[in-house]
Design a protein around this ligand. Structure first.
Ligand SMILES: Cc1ncc(COP(=O)(O)O)c(C=O)c1O
Length: 481
């Protein structure tokens, strides 16, 4: 069994196995006809059930053959130009190379004695990101598992900085379009049920700062504590960016922590043409960035940044077996003092390789391309009488729905759109997402693949219309008879 351990004696096995795995995936990339096969859970479950985990196959080739059946054939492929579903991106090759290196070396980014240069590389990338944001000389941060964890950590710091003893008095203000991890964090942080105040958005799905001001005033008048304002820079559905300068001014006026959730919008940090859309972000107390959304990095790659690195102490504990106080006095760098995690992947290496090979401009160009593509998609949708579209995209999502020509009740229109989404997924020809707007069913394209063309968007719109029409045809005829 030792022949399976990666070490100096098994370098050849490692080389062969990984190369074989890479070959299989490379072959897959070249041969996938759609983003998905349309397999159902009912069809796939027995295939996976049939695998006897107590009977190992013994060699990687056999396991890779089996993997074809249990995973690779039916995976959802984000690199495919017609994957237009959630906030998943195709990945850049330098980052995948970084991934291969980091899992083989297997550094853990908690302490220096488990990571050495890894700690310094992560720190340099944090400084680089904080510099791009403009957080100032005291800024710091740490890589996290994703936007959810980054938001949680930011709000933990905000809670501690608020210094209140009665947690039920703390309030977080975020727009009604903010990510659900804000609510989840409030719950995990022991704040009351009413802790998150949902501020309405304007027609462009941006937080209404006038209403925010009124809510903050009401909060103060009721003797409550405005703990934090969460501004979203790139909402999940609409890519809308809250008015950051106005929110920063209100946060300062009411003594609230300003957190910017730029999980999606962070790609703008690398853009040469759209960086100004984030103006005001430099005034944040903390920022969430998800490189695994708009920096084309493999999952996970994410970070939370703070204006004042000293606030990260709220996540610090010293353990004799890991990070004793002595190491602080000896100035041995570690990242565990700043993190909610202990053992932690060296995800930063992927971004490092990306910047060293392509540079930030390379990433920014890719993100600009998908934002341009969304503008083209918007033009297609507005010109198409079969569809209505909710807002002009700021980033790279489009929320729209099929509207039939003849009379159909709002419920039927909802069902037709939902059906179209499901039928499309089952066909495997394309993957789109769905959401609700004012209680009605809508569909969503999240465009993060620069390989997707306007022709792909047009073709998918035809497919959706076909499924919706067929559904309405069958059901309206059925209802009439
Ligand atoms: C605006 C926003 N914030 C946070 C998150 C959560 O990020 P993650 O899925 O990496 O935890 C998302 C995910 O889509 C998001 O869109």
């Amino acid at each position: 069994m030792r022949s399976h351990l990666l070490n100096d004696t098994t370098a050849d096995v490692y080389r062969r196995s990984v190369t074989e795995g890479v070959e299989r995936v490379a072959g897959k990339l070249a041969s996938t006809r759609g983003p998905f096969t349309g397999v159902t859970p009912a069809a796939l479950a027995p295939v996976i059930d049939a695998v006897d985990l107590d009977r190992p196959l013994g060699d990687s080739s056999a396991a890779l053959d089996e993997l074809e059946d249990v995973y690779l054939r039916d995976a959802v492929y984000f690199h495919h130009p017609r994957y237009l579903g959630h906030l998943n991106c195709p990945v850049v090759i330098p980052a995948v190379l970084g991934e291969a290196v980091l899992s083989a070396v297997n550094s853990s980014l908690d302490t220096w004695d488990q990571s050495a240069g890894g700690t310094l590389i992560e720190r340099k990338l944090i400084d680089w990101t904080a510099g791009r944001i403009g957080l100032g000389p005291l800024a710091d941060g740490v890589f996290t598992s994703g936007g959810t964890q980054s938001n949680l950590q930011a709000l933990l710091l905000a809670r501690e900085e608020a210094g209140a003893t009665d947690l039920s008095k703390l309030r977080i203000f975020s727009s009604e379009c903010s990510h659900f991890s804000v609510q989840k964090s409030a719950q995990l942080l022991g704040l009351g049920r009413d802790a998150v105040v949902a501020v309405p958005v304007d027609a462009d799905k941006r937080m209404q700062s006038v209403v925010l001001a009124a809510e903050l005033e009401a909060c103060r008048a009721e003797g409550l504590v405005p703990m934090a304002i969460v501004a979203t820079a790139g909402t999940t559905d609409f890519g809308s960016i809250d008015p950051l300068p106005e929110i920063a001014a209100l946060a300062a006026e009411y003594g609230a922590w300003m957190h910017v959730d730029a999980a999606y919008g962070c790609g703008l940090l690398a853009s040469r043409t759209r960086r100004h859309l984030l103006d005001g972000i430099e005034r944040a107390d903390s920022v969430t960035v998800d490189y695994h959304k708009s920096f084309f990095q493999p999952v996970s790659s994410s970070a939370v940044l703070v204006r004042d690195g000293a606030t990260l102490r709220h996540a610090t504990y010293h353990a004799d077996y890991l990070n004793p106080l002595r190491t602080l006095a000896e100035q041995i760098p570690n990242q565990v003092d700043k993190s909610l995690q202990t053992t932690r992947r060296f995800d930063a290496l992927k971004l490092w390789m990306t910047l060293r090979v392509m540079g930030a401009d390379g990433i920014g160009e890719l993100f600009d391309e998908v934002c341009d593509l969304a503008a083209e998609g918007f033009a297609l949708l507005t010109a198409d009488p079969r569809y209505e579209v909710v807002v002009e995209p700021r980033l790279s999502t489009l929320v729209y729905r099929y509207v039939p020509e003849g009379a159909a009740s709002p419920e039927e229109v909802d069902r037709a759109n939902l059906h179209a989404r499901k039928a499309l997924f089952a066909s495997g020809e394309a993957v789109v997402a769905g959401t609700k707007v004012d209680g009605r069913q809508y569909l969503k394209f999240t465009l993060l693949n620069p390989e997707t063309s306007a022709a792909d968007i047009a073709a998918v719109l035809d497919l959706i219309a076909g499924h919706a029409e067929q559904y309405l045809g069958e059901n309206l005829v059925h209802a009439a008879s």
